[in-house]
Design a protein around this ligand. Structure first.
Ligand code: MG
Length: 388
C-alpha cells in the first residue's frame, strides 16, 4: 500500500488523482490532503477518502468545514493556512506527495515535501519555473525522486527511462497550440476570456487554459524541462501538434527519436507517477490510431505568440528572470480573466515587467520570493497602465 498526500485536491489534477486512486483502492491510501476554498467538493472528497489530515488554505473555509465535521468522533484533523498546507506536504505517514497547487503558492509546500524525504509527483510547473534549481538541488541533497506529472514531461521521462541522459541530443515538447492557433494576430485582439477558456483537447483549470491559448504554458514547460532534465534551452524544442496524441519526443545523439503516445487524458501521467516504477492497468481509454488517421506537426509562430520567446529569453538569462516572467504572467492572466486587459495585453504586461527587472543570478529561496513579490507589484502597475 502506498500512502499518498495531495496538495491541491479540488483542482483539475487533484480531482484526476483521486479518480485514479478510487480505481486502485487496494494500492493507494490518501493520508492527507489540502484544498484552497472549495468547501463542498473538499467535504465530499474527505467523506470518500477518509484522510487523517485535511487542510484548507483559506482560514474561513477551514472553520466552516470543521463545523460540518464537528459531530464526528476522532478520526480526521482539520487545519488551515500555509502552516496547515505544509503539514500535508510533510505528513509523517505519506510515501508520495502530489504537488498540484496551481501557481506560485505551490512552491513552499513542494520544498517542504522534498525536505521531508517524500517522493514528489510534480504537477506544479510554476514552482519549477520559479525555483527549479533550488528544487532539484534539494531533491538531490535529500535523495528524493521527482516524477513529472505534466503530460509532456511525463512523456520525456518515459522516453529517457533507463537511458543515459548524456546521450540526449534534444527534446521536443509538443503543443496543441490552444484554441487560437489558426487565427490571425489581429483577430487575437478581441478575444474574450470565455473564448480562451475553450480548449480543444484538454480539460484543465482556468489559468493553464489561458496559458495554453497564449502558448505561455509551453514557454513555462520549456523552462520546466530545462530544470527537470538538466538541459540548456537550446536543447528543448517546441512543435505544434494539434491532435495532442504524441505528448513529447526525445532525440538521442544517434538521431533516433522516441515518442510517448496516448489519448490526451491527465489520468495517464498521474497514474504513471503514482505507480512508478510499475504501471497501472487501464487508467485511461486506449489509443485507436486508425480512428485518428493522421498526426500533423508544424513550427510555432513566435511573432503571433511572443510569450514563448519571452520564456526562452528568461531561461537564457537565468537567476530570478524565470520567477519574474512567471509572476508577471500570473498577474496578466488573472487581469485578462477579470476583463481588465485584452488578450494581446498579456504578453505586453509580461514584456514590460521582465524588461524592468535586473536578474539576480544564483538566487536563494528568499531572493526568488522577493523577485516574485516585486514582479507582481510591477505587473499590477502595467495592468493599470494598459487597462481597458
Ligand atoms: Mg503540459
Amino acid at each position: 500500500m502506498k500512502n499518498i498526500a495531495i496538495l491541491g485536491s479540488t483542482g483539475s489534477i487533484g480531482r484526476n488523482t483521486l479518480e485514479v486512486i478510487a480505481q486502485n483502492r487496494g494500492r493507494f491510501r490518501v493520508v492527507a490532503m489540502s484544498a484552497g476554498s472549495n468547501i463542498d467538493l473538499f467535504e465530499q472528497q474527505i467523506k470518500t477518502f477518509s484522510p487523517n489530515l485535511a487542510v484548507m488554505a483559506d482560514t474561513a473555509a477551514a472553520y466552516a468545514l470543521s463545523k460540518r465535521f464537528s459531530k464526528r468522533v476522532g478520526g480526521i484533523e482539520i487545519l488551515s493556512g500555509a502552516e496547515g498546507v505544509n503539514r500535508v506536504a510533510g505528513h509523517a505517514d505519506a510515501d508520495f506527495v502530489i504537488s498540484a497547487i496551481a501557481g506560485s503558492a505551490g512552491l513552499l509546500p513542494t520544498i517542504t515535501a522534498i525536505r521531508a524525504g517524500k517522493t514528489v509527483g510534480i504537477a506544479n510547473k510554476e514552482a519549477l519555473v520559479m525555483a527549479g534549481d533550488i528544487i532539484m538541488k534539494e531533491a538531490k541533497k535529500n535523495k528524493v525522486n521527482i516524477i513529472p506529472v505534466d503530460s509532456e514531461h511525463s512523456a520525456v521521462s518515459q522516453c529517457i527511462e533507463g537511458r543515459n541522459s548524456a546521450e540526449i541530443r534534444r527534446i521536443i515538447l509538443t503543443a496543441s497550440g490552444g484554441p487560437f492557433i489558426n487565427k490571425t494576430k489581429n483577430a487575437l485582439k478581441n478575444i474574450k476570456a470565455k473564448d480562451a477558456l475553450r480548449h480543444p483537447n484538454w480539460s484543465m483549470g482556468r489559468k493553464i487554459t489561458i496559458d495554453s491559448a497564449t502558448l505561455m504554458n509551453k514557454g513555462l514547460e520549456v523552462i520546466e524541462a530545462c530544470r527537470l532534465f538538466d538541459l540548456p534551452p537550446e536543447k528543448v524544442d517546441v512543435l505544434i501538434h494539434p491532435q495532442s496524441i504524441i505528448h513529447s519526443l526525445v532525440e538521442f545523439k544517434d538521431r533516433s527519436c522516441l515518442a510517448q503516445l496516448s489519448m490526451p487524458d491527465m489520468r495517464g501521467p498521474i497514474a504513471y507517477a503514482l505507480s512508478y516504477p510499475e504501471r497501472l492497468a487501464e487508467p485511461i481509454p486506449g489509443l485507436e490510431l486508425e480512428k485518428i488517421g493522421s498526426l500533423t506537426f508544424r513550427k510555432p509562430d513566435h511573432d503571433m505568440f511572443p510569450c514563448l520567446s519571452y520564456a526562452y529569453e528568461a531561461m537564457k538569462t537565468g537567476g530570478t528572470a524565470p520567477a519574474v516572467l512567471n509572476a508577471a504572467n500570473e498577474i496578466a492572466v488573472y487581469a485578462f480573466l477579470e476583463n481588465k486587459i485584452g488578450f494581446n495585453d498579456i504578453p505586453a504586461v509580461i514584456r514590460k515587467t521582465v524588461e524592468s527587472h535586473t536578474a539576480l543570478l544564483a538566487p536563494d529561496l528568499n531572493d526568488v520570493l522577493e523577485a516574485d513579490r516585486w514582479a507582481r507589484e510591477k505587473a499590477e502597475h502595467y495592468v493599470k497602465e494598459l487597462g481597458i
